[in-house]
Design a protein around this ligand. Structure first.
Ligand code: SAM
Ligand code: SF4
Length: 331
Protein backbone atom coordinates (compact mmCIF):
# COMPACT_ATOMS: atom_id res chain seq x y z
CA UNK A 1 0.00 0.00 0.00
CA UNK A 2 1.25 3.53 -0.78
CA UNK A 3 1.07 6.59 1.47
CA UNK A 4 1.28 10.30 0.50
CA UNK A 5 5.04 10.18 0.16
CA UNK A 6 4.78 7.23 -2.22
CA UNK A 7 6.53 5.02 0.30
CA UNK A 8 5.33 1.51 0.78
CA UNK A 9 3.84 1.02 4.20
CA UNK A 10 4.25 -2.02 6.37
CA UNK A 11 0.59 -2.40 7.23
CA UNK A 12 -0.66 -5.74 8.56
CA UNK A 13 -4.11 -7.32 8.39
CA UNK A 14 -4.97 -5.78 11.77
CA UNK A 15 -4.29 -2.23 10.56
CA UNK A 16 -1.03 -1.88 12.50
CA UNK A 17 1.71 0.03 10.75
CA UNK A 18 5.21 -1.34 11.35
CA UNK A 19 7.80 1.40 11.59
CA UNK A 20 10.24 -0.25 14.00
CA UNK A 21 12.73 -3.05 13.38
CA UNK A 22 14.69 -4.86 16.07
CA UNK A 23 17.75 -6.32 14.43
CA UNK A 24 19.80 -8.89 16.28
CA UNK A 25 23.41 -8.97 15.10
CA UNK A 26 24.65 -11.81 17.34
CA UNK A 27 23.30 -14.47 19.72
CA UNK A 28 26.49 -14.32 21.77
CA UNK A 29 26.43 -12.76 25.24
CA UNK A 30 28.93 -12.54 28.09
CA UNK A 31 26.23 -12.17 30.80
CA UNK A 32 24.25 -15.06 32.29
CA UNK A 33 20.89 -13.45 33.13
CA UNK A 34 18.77 -16.03 34.93
CA UNK A 35 15.71 -15.50 32.70
CA UNK A 36 17.62 -15.40 29.42
CA UNK A 37 20.92 -17.32 29.28
CA UNK A 38 21.32 -18.80 32.79
CA UNK A 39 24.11 -21.11 31.64
CA UNK A 40 25.70 -18.57 29.33
CA UNK A 41 25.82 -18.67 25.58
CA UNK A 42 26.10 -22.18 24.17
CA UNK A 43 28.00 -22.06 20.93
CA UNK A 44 25.77 -22.98 18.02
CA UNK A 45 26.44 -21.71 14.53
CA UNK A 46 27.96 -18.23 14.53
CA UNK A 47 27.13 -17.54 10.92
CA UNK A 48 25.66 -14.13 11.71
CA UNK A 49 24.52 -11.59 9.12
CA UNK A 50 27.41 -9.72 7.54
CA UNK A 51 27.53 -5.95 7.37
CA UNK A 52 26.78 -6.13 3.61
CA UNK A 53 23.73 -8.32 4.23
CA UNK A 54 22.55 -5.87 6.90
CA UNK A 55 22.95 -2.99 4.43
CA UNK A 56 20.77 -4.77 1.86
CA UNK A 57 18.19 -5.47 4.54
CA UNK A 58 18.05 -1.84 5.62
CA UNK A 59 17.75 -0.61 2.07
CA UNK A 60 14.56 -2.65 1.71
CA UNK A 61 13.17 -1.59 5.08
CA UNK A 62 13.91 2.08 4.29
CA UNK A 63 11.78 1.73 1.16
CA UNK A 64 9.06 0.23 3.36
CA UNK A 65 8.89 3.35 5.56
CA UNK A 66 10.93 2.17 8.53
CA UNK A 67 11.57 4.99 11.01
CA UNK A 68 13.33 3.25 13.87
CA UNK A 69 15.94 0.53 14.15
CA UNK A 70 17.31 -1.08 17.28
CA UNK A 71 20.54 -3.06 17.18
CA UNK A 72 20.28 -5.85 19.71
CA UNK A 73 21.40 -9.41 20.43
CA UNK A 74 22.71 -11.33 22.47
CA UNK A 75 25.16 -8.61 23.35
CA UNK A 76 25.68 -6.59 20.16
CA UNK A 77 28.80 -4.81 21.39
CA UNK A 78 30.79 -8.09 21.41
CA UNK A 79 30.86 -8.06 17.60
CA UNK A 80 34.17 -6.78 16.24
CA UNK A 81 32.49 -4.79 13.47
CA UNK A 82 29.82 -3.38 15.80
CA UNK A 83 30.90 0.27 15.42
CA UNK A 84 31.02 -0.09 11.62
CA UNK A 85 27.45 -1.42 11.68
CA UNK A 86 26.32 1.60 13.69
CA UNK A 87 28.15 3.97 11.31
CA UNK A 88 26.47 2.31 8.34
CA UNK A 89 23.00 3.11 9.73
CA UNK A 90 23.58 6.76 8.80
CA UNK A 91 23.30 5.83 5.13
CA UNK A 92 19.53 5.58 5.75
CA UNK A 93 18.52 9.03 7.06
CA UNK A 94 14.78 8.23 6.93
CA UNK A 95 15.42 5.67 9.66
CA UNK A 96 15.64 8.56 12.07
CA UNK A 97 15.81 6.68 15.37
CA UNK A 98 18.97 4.57 15.58
CA UNK A 99 18.93 2.70 18.89
CA UNK A 100 20.99 0.11 20.72
CA UNK A 101 20.14 -2.43 23.44
CA UNK A 102 23.14 -3.43 25.51
CA UNK A 103 24.08 -4.87 28.86
CA UNK A 104 26.36 -1.84 29.10
CA UNK A 105 29.65 -3.55 29.91
CA UNK A 106 31.51 -1.56 27.22
CA UNK A 107 29.47 1.62 27.32
CA UNK A 108 31.95 3.69 29.26
CA UNK A 109 34.60 3.29 26.60
CA UNK A 110 32.24 3.25 23.60
CA UNK A 111 29.63 5.94 24.32
CA UNK A 112 31.48 8.84 22.69
CA UNK A 113 32.23 6.96 19.47
CA UNK A 114 28.68 5.66 19.30
CA UNK A 115 27.31 9.17 19.62
CA UNK A 116 29.68 10.41 16.90
CA UNK A 117 28.61 7.46 14.73
CA UNK A 118 25.02 8.75 14.78
CA UNK A 119 23.43 6.47 17.36
CA UNK A 120 20.70 8.49 19.09
CA UNK A 121 19.08 6.16 21.64
CA UNK A 122 20.45 3.57 24.07
CA UNK A 123 18.71 1.03 26.31
CA UNK A 124 20.80 -0.57 29.03
CA UNK A 125 19.73 -3.53 31.17
CA UNK A 126 20.06 -3.13 34.94
CA UNK A 127 17.76 -5.34 36.97
CA UNK A 128 19.06 -4.23 40.36
CA UNK A 129 20.97 -1.28 41.81
CA UNK A 130 22.31 -3.56 44.54
CA UNK A 131 25.74 -4.88 43.41
CA UNK A 132 25.20 -8.26 45.10
CA UNK A 133 21.83 -8.80 43.47
CA UNK A 134 23.22 -7.57 40.15
CA UNK A 135 25.93 -10.22 40.40
CA UNK A 136 23.47 -12.94 41.39
CA UNK A 137 21.27 -12.10 38.39
CA UNK A 138 23.95 -11.72 35.71
CA UNK A 139 26.97 -13.60 37.13
CA UNK A 140 28.96 -10.47 36.31
CA UNK A 141 30.36 -8.14 38.95
CA UNK A 142 30.01 -5.08 36.74
CA UNK A 143 27.25 -2.85 38.14
CA UNK A 144 29.59 0.09 38.80
CA UNK A 145 31.03 -0.11 35.25
CA UNK A 146 27.55 -0.19 33.74
CA UNK A 147 26.44 2.81 35.86
CA UNK A 148 29.59 4.71 34.84
CA UNK A 149 28.76 3.90 31.21
CA UNK A 150 25.31 5.40 31.63
CA UNK A 151 26.80 8.59 33.11
CA UNK A 152 29.19 8.78 30.15
CA UNK A 153 26.34 8.28 27.66
CA UNK A 154 24.41 11.18 29.21
CA UNK A 155 27.56 13.34 29.38
CA UNK A 156 28.50 12.83 25.71
CA UNK A 157 25.03 14.00 24.67
CA UNK A 158 22.62 11.06 24.39
CA UNK A 159 19.09 12.43 24.97
CA UNK A 160 17.30 9.07 24.94
CA UNK A 161 18.80 6.76 27.55
CA UNK A 162 16.58 4.05 28.99
CA UNK A 163 17.34 1.48 31.64
CA UNK A 164 15.43 -1.80 31.43
CA UNK A 165 14.79 -3.67 34.67
CA UNK A 166 13.00 -7.02 34.46
CA UNK A 167 10.65 -7.11 37.44
CA UNK A 168 11.36 -10.14 39.63
CA UNK A 169 9.33 -11.26 42.64
CA UNK A 170 11.18 -11.15 45.99
CA UNK A 171 14.31 -9.95 44.16
CA UNK A 172 14.01 -6.39 42.84
CA UNK A 173 10.32 -5.72 43.47
CA UNK A 174 11.28 -3.60 46.50
CA UNK A 175 13.67 -1.37 44.53
CA UNK A 176 11.31 1.21 43.06
CA UNK A 177 12.32 3.74 45.75
CA UNK A 178 16.04 3.25 44.98
CA UNK A 179 15.48 3.73 41.27
CA UNK A 180 13.42 6.87 42.01
CA UNK A 181 16.26 8.37 44.06
CA UNK A 182 18.50 7.88 41.04
CA UNK A 183 15.92 9.51 38.75
CA UNK A 184 15.69 12.70 40.83
CA UNK A 185 18.57 14.27 38.89
CA UNK A 186 19.23 11.73 36.16
CA UNK A 187 17.51 12.53 32.83
CA UNK A 188 16.90 8.91 31.83
CA UNK A 189 13.90 6.57 31.80
CA UNK A 190 13.82 3.43 33.95
CA UNK A 191 11.39 0.87 32.55
CA UNK A 192 10.09 -2.06 34.53
CA UNK A 193 9.45 -5.01 32.23
CA UNK A 194 7.29 -7.90 33.35
CA UNK A 195 9.21 -11.16 33.13
CA UNK A 196 8.10 -13.15 30.08
CA UNK A 197 8.06 -16.88 29.74
CA UNK A 198 10.23 -18.43 27.02
CA UNK A 199 10.82 -22.00 25.89
CA UNK A 200 13.68 -22.42 28.38
CA UNK A 201 12.82 -20.41 31.50
CA UNK A 202 9.58 -22.01 32.72
CA UNK A 203 10.82 -22.73 36.28
CA UNK A 204 12.39 -19.28 36.60
CA UNK A 205 9.19 -17.72 35.30
CA UNK A 206 6.99 -19.63 37.76
CA UNK A 207 9.20 -18.55 40.64
CA UNK A 208 9.81 -14.91 39.77
CA UNK A 209 7.01 -13.55 37.59
CA UNK A 210 5.01 -10.73 39.16
CA UNK A 211 2.53 -8.28 37.67
CA UNK A 212 3.66 -4.65 37.34
CA UNK A 213 0.32 -3.33 38.61
CA UNK A 214 1.76 -2.43 42.05
CA UNK A 215 4.36 -0.17 40.38
CA UNK A 216 1.63 1.64 38.44
CA UNK A 217 -0.39 2.14 41.64
CA UNK A 218 2.60 3.43 43.62
CA UNK A 219 3.55 5.90 40.89
CA UNK A 220 0.03 7.27 40.60
CA UNK A 221 -0.27 7.56 44.41
CA UNK A 222 2.98 9.53 44.46
CA UNK A 223 1.80 12.02 41.84
CA UNK A 224 3.39 10.58 38.69
CA UNK A 225 1.46 11.33 35.52
CA UNK A 226 1.05 9.18 32.46
CA UNK A 227 2.51 10.69 29.30
CA UNK A 228 0.83 10.56 25.91
CA UNK A 229 2.88 8.32 23.69
CA UNK A 230 4.55 9.36 20.47
CA UNK A 231 3.84 7.33 17.35
CA UNK A 232 7.01 5.22 17.63
CA UNK A 233 6.60 4.38 21.31
CA UNK A 234 4.97 0.94 21.01
CA UNK A 235 3.38 -0.78 23.97
CA UNK A 236 5.31 0.83 26.88
CA UNK A 237 3.50 3.22 29.29
CA UNK A 238 5.56 6.17 30.55
CA UNK A 239 5.18 8.39 33.61
CA UNK A 240 6.70 11.75 34.58
CA UNK A 241 6.81 13.87 37.74
CA UNK A 242 7.69 17.56 38.13
CA UNK A 243 10.19 16.78 40.93
CA UNK A 244 12.19 14.29 38.87
CA UNK A 245 14.56 14.72 35.92
CA UNK A 246 13.92 11.12 34.87
CA UNK A 247 10.85 9.12 33.89
CA UNK A 248 9.47 5.69 34.68
CA UNK A 249 8.12 3.21 32.16
CA UNK A 250 6.13 0.00 32.48
CA UNK A 251 6.01 -2.82 29.96
CA UNK A 252 3.22 -5.24 30.76
CA UNK A 253 2.97 -7.86 28.02
CA UNK A 254 0.42 -9.92 29.96
CA UNK A 255 -2.09 -7.07 30.08
CA UNK A 256 -5.08 -6.94 27.75
CA UNK A 257 -4.62 -5.10 24.48
CA UNK A 258 -0.81 -5.10 24.76
CA UNK A 259 -0.51 -6.20 21.12
CA UNK A 260 -2.92 -3.59 19.71
CA UNK A 261 -0.18 -1.00 19.35
CA UNK A 262 2.52 -3.38 18.14
CA UNK A 263 4.63 -1.57 15.55
CA UNK A 264 7.67 -3.83 15.43
CA UNK A 265 9.26 -6.60 13.45
CA UNK A 266 12.33 -8.62 14.33
CA UNK A 267 15.23 -10.06 12.40
CA UNK A 268 17.39 -12.71 14.02
CA UNK A 269 21.17 -12.71 13.74
CA UNK A 270 20.90 -15.37 11.06
CA UNK A 271 18.46 -13.47 8.90
CA UNK A 272 15.08 -14.83 9.92
CA UNK A 273 12.11 -12.50 10.03
CA UNK A 274 10.01 -12.89 13.19
CA UNK A 275 6.60 -11.26 13.02
CA UNK A 276 6.18 -11.54 16.80
CA UNK A 277 8.56 -12.15 19.71
CA UNK A 278 6.44 -15.19 20.47
CA UNK A 279 5.69 -16.26 16.89
CA UNK A 280 5.77 -19.91 15.93
CA UNK A 281 8.41 -19.52 13.31
CA UNK A 282 11.02 -17.32 11.75
CA UNK A 283 11.00 -16.88 7.99
CA UNK A 284 14.45 -16.88 6.43
CA UNK A 285 14.99 -13.96 4.09
CA UNK A 286 18.76 -14.31 3.96
CA UNK A 287 18.80 -15.53 0.36
CA UNK A 288 17.38 -12.11 -0.61
CA UNK A 289 20.12 -10.17 1.23
CA UNK A 290 22.90 -11.10 -1.15
CA UNK A 291 22.82 -8.22 -3.62
CA UNK A 292 21.61 -4.67 -4.16
CA UNK A 293 19.53 -5.88 -7.08
CA UNK A 294 17.19 -7.92 -4.84
CA UNK A 295 15.51 -4.98 -3.07
CA UNK A 296 12.19 -5.25 -4.92
CA UNK A 297 11.94 -8.99 -4.38
CA UNK A 298 12.84 -8.50 -0.72
CA UNK A 299 10.29 -5.75 -0.08
CA UNK A 300 7.59 -7.89 -1.72
CA UNK A 301 8.54 -10.87 0.42
CA UNK A 302 8.51 -8.85 3.66
CA UNK A 303 5.11 -7.31 2.79
CA UNK A 304 3.57 -10.68 2.02
CA UNK A 305 4.99 -12.33 5.16
CA UNK A 306 3.64 -9.44 7.25
CA UNK A 307 0.13 -10.44 6.21
CA UNK A 308 0.62 -13.63 8.27
CA UNK A 309 1.07 -11.65 11.50
CA UNK A 310 -1.48 -12.64 14.12
CA UNK A 311 -3.41 -10.12 16.19
CA UNK A 312 -1.85 -11.14 19.51
CA UNK A 313 0.66 -13.40 21.21
CA UNK A 314 -0.70 -16.39 23.14
CA UNK A 315 1.28 -16.04 26.36
CA UNK A 316 -1.86 -16.30 28.44
CA UNK A 317 -2.15 -19.94 27.34
CA UNK A 318 1.57 -20.53 28.07
CA UNK A 319 2.27 -20.71 24.34
CA UNK A 320 5.69 -19.07 23.90
CA UNK A 321 5.99 -19.95 20.21
CA UNK A 322 9.49 -20.62 18.92
CA UNK A 323 11.13 -18.26 21.44
CA UNK A 324 13.72 -20.34 23.34
CA UNK A 325 15.30 -17.26 24.94
CA UNK A 326 15.43 -13.58 24.06
CA UNK A 327 19.14 -13.70 23.18
CA UNK A 328 18.20 -15.62 20.03
CA UNK A 329 15.61 -13.12 18.78
CA UNK A 330 16.88 -9.94 20.40
CA UNK A 331 14.12 -9.36 22.96
N1 SAM B 1 22.11 -7.97 25.89
C1 SAM B 1 21.34 -6.81 25.71
C2 SAM B 1 20.60 -6.43 26.98
O1 SAM B 1 20.60 -7.22 27.93
O2 SAM B 1 20.03 -5.34 27.01
C3 SAM B 1 20.34 -6.88 24.55
C4 SAM B 1 19.57 -8.15 24.37
S1 SAM B 1 18.43 -8.54 25.68
C5 SAM B 1 17.77 -10.04 25.07
C6 SAM B 1 17.14 -7.32 25.45
C7 SAM B 1 16.23 -7.13 26.62
O3 SAM B 1 15.43 -8.28 26.81
C8 SAM B 1 16.91 -6.85 27.96
O4 SAM B 1 16.40 -5.66 28.51
C9 SAM B 1 16.53 -8.03 28.81
O5 SAM B 1 16.41 -7.70 30.16
C10 SAM B 1 15.19 -8.41 28.20
N2 SAM B 1 14.80 -9.80 28.46
C11 SAM B 1 15.51 -10.92 28.18
N3 SAM B 1 14.79 -12.02 28.53
C12 SAM B 1 13.62 -11.57 29.04
C13 SAM B 1 12.45 -12.21 29.57
N4 SAM B 1 12.36 -13.53 29.64
N5 SAM B 1 11.42 -11.43 29.99
C14 SAM B 1 11.50 -10.07 29.91
N6 SAM B 1 12.57 -9.41 29.41
C15 SAM B 1 13.61 -10.15 28.99
FE1 SF4 C 1 22.78 -11.28 27.73
FE2 SF4 C 1 20.93 -9.42 27.48
FE3 SF4 C 1 20.24 -12.02 27.71
FE4 SF4 C 1 21.26 -10.77 29.80
S1 SF4 C 1 19.30 -10.29 28.78
S2 SF4 C 1 21.87 -12.81 29.07
S3 SF4 C 1 22.69 -9.37 28.91
S4 SF4 C 1 21.30 -11.10 26.03
Amino acid sequence: MKDDTSKLLLLDQHNRQHTYLRLSITDVCNFHCGYCLPHGYKKASQDFLTIEEIKHLLKAFAVLGLQKIRITGGEPTVRKDFLSIVEMLQQFPDIRVRALSTNGFQLQKMAKNLFSAGLNAINISIDSLDPNKFFALTKQNRLSEVLAGINTAVDVGFKHVKVNAVLLKDTNDNELADFLVWLKAMPITVRFIELMQTGTNRDFFDKFHISSQFIREKLINEGWQKINKDSLAGPAEEYQHADYAGRVGIIAPYSNNFCNSCNRLRISAQGQLFLCLFGNLGYSIRDLLQSDTQTLELTNKICSLLQLKESSHKLATLDTGANQHFAAIGG
